[in-house]
Design a protein around this ligand. Structure first.
Ligand SMILES: [Zn+2]
Length: 409
């Protein structure tokens, strides 16, 4: 024990004096000693000292699994220091020497992660395939593999596939190890997909909903090319398909202005297409005024008498927030009550668009699955209110009837 401690002290001292041409009493080179000292130094966060010890351990000509292990740990050190090219060099050597599938999978994953960090998706994809083939059993490695496959899918904009990989992840620890991408967007995507894995709840109804008028977000004026709104008899629900986690007023104002600019300048529309937009904090913003026909459902036929409500976000890749759903529900109850719109006439964009031969993912998987519950809730809330005197145009059960003639003027 005493001798071991002295050896270790010499080894540490040796590493500090390395390259300084100091004559000290150097103990006989023993790879195990250098390895132990290296790990000790790493625990003390002396990464450079650890690197020197790992190099000494390698100097004794180890081969096979033992060499693989040391090369791997040395590579980890370089990665910690942000020296990706040295890290890649040593992971490659580790992979070449390793025999156990577990180790091979680990080094393959590390090389894939370096590929992501360098923006080399070809390399990332190659090593991920290798790691997957080795089917690691260690939970940490399995998580890193799923994070890697999610990152690859995310880079290819296959958000559903990305999410399905994240669904298999057990914890965020693997992602910290992986640190796959320097992209903040991916980081947020992962974090939210994993953390917000419980389905959002729809809270009990709020008494009355109100909205922020269009002047509050600095809306540009309505253009001339618009139609007046006919009698309101249906409501279409959308997402903006723009992934966002922002909850501040300023961020929402910015998003609304960008959407309006896009609708007016790029699409040549009179105004922002939707009548209302709901941000992640649950704020309801007035879009196009209700006395003007919207531009959101597919064409002018399906836009007639149709209120367009869009939730900010991309619900193919994220879940709507509880606040958003609460506001949406409140708004639906209010309009159904005010205009005598039956709950059956609340419809997702995809379904109404299909009636005029258009295809869209809107309002995204995660909102689409909630919509039937939401509509049922609205129906229940309406049944508790005083019956409306309006005579709504009833929508027959099938989607095709939506394309039929509009209700009374
Ligand atoms: Zn839509």
């Amino acid at each position: 024990m005493q001798a071991w401690a002295a050896w270790r002290w010499f080894a540490v001292f040796g590493s500090l004096a390395l390259g300084a041409c100091v004559s000290v009493e150097v103990p006989p080179s023993n790879p195990q000693t250098h390895l132990e000292v290296a790990r000790d130094l790493r625990r003390q966060e002396d990464v450079r000292g650890a690197i020197a010890q790992y190099r000494l351990a390698l100097g004794s000509g180890l081969v096979g699994e033992r060499r693989a292990q040391i090369e791997g740990e040395l590579a980890d050190c370089f990665r910690e220091l942000g020296n990706d090219s040295e890290a890649r060099e040593h992971y490659t050597r580790a992979l070449r020497n390793a025999r156990s599938p577990q180790r091979r999978a680990e080094y393959s994953l590390a090389l894939a992660e370096l590929g992501f960090a360098e923006g080399n998706l070809g390399s990332a994809s190659y090593y991920l395939t290798e790691a997957e083939r080795l089917s690691p059993t260690d939970p940490g490695l399995r998580d890193r593999l799923q994070f890697g496959l999610a990152a690859l899918a995310y880079e290819k904009r296959a958000l559903k596939t990305a999410r399905s990989h994240l669904d298999r992840v057990r914890g965020l620890e693997g992602f910290r190890t992986a640190s796959l991408s320097r992209s903040r967007a991916f980081h947020d995507f992962v974090y939210r997909s994993v953390v917000e894995s419980t389905p959002p709840r729809i809270e009990s109804p709020t008494a009355a909903v109100s909205w922020l008028p269009r002047r509050s977000w600095g809306a540009r004026a309505l253009g001339a090319n618009h139609d007046r709104m006919e009698k309101i008899w249906r409501i279409t629900v959308h997402h903006t398909a723009m992934l966002t986690w922002e909850t501040t007023r300023a961020a929402s104002i910015d998003a609304l202005q960008r959407i309006q600019r896009n609708h007016q300048v790029t699409n040549g529309w009179a105004d922002i297409g939707y009548h209302f937009l709901i941000d992640r904090a649950g704020r309801i913003w007035e879009g196009r005024q209700l006395n003007v026909q919207g531009a959101h459902a597919g064409n002018s036929e399906v836009n007639r008498g149709n209120i367009g409500i869009a939730l900010l976000g991309n619900f193919d890749a994220q879940k709507p927030s509880t606040e958003q759903l609460q506001s949406l529900r409140g708004l639906l109850v209010r309009f159904c009550g005010e205009y005598g719109v039956p709950a059956n006439n609340i419809i997702g964009h995809q379904r109404i668009a299909s009636t005029v031969g258009k295809t869209t993912d809107c309002p995204g998987d995660q909102l689409r699955v909630i919509l039937p519950t939401l509509i049922r809730d609205v129906r229940t809330a309406l049944s508790k209110q005083a019956p409306s005197t309006a005579s709504p145009v009833q929508l027959a059960g099938t989607a095709t009837s939506l394309a039929g003639p509009v209700g009374p003027h």
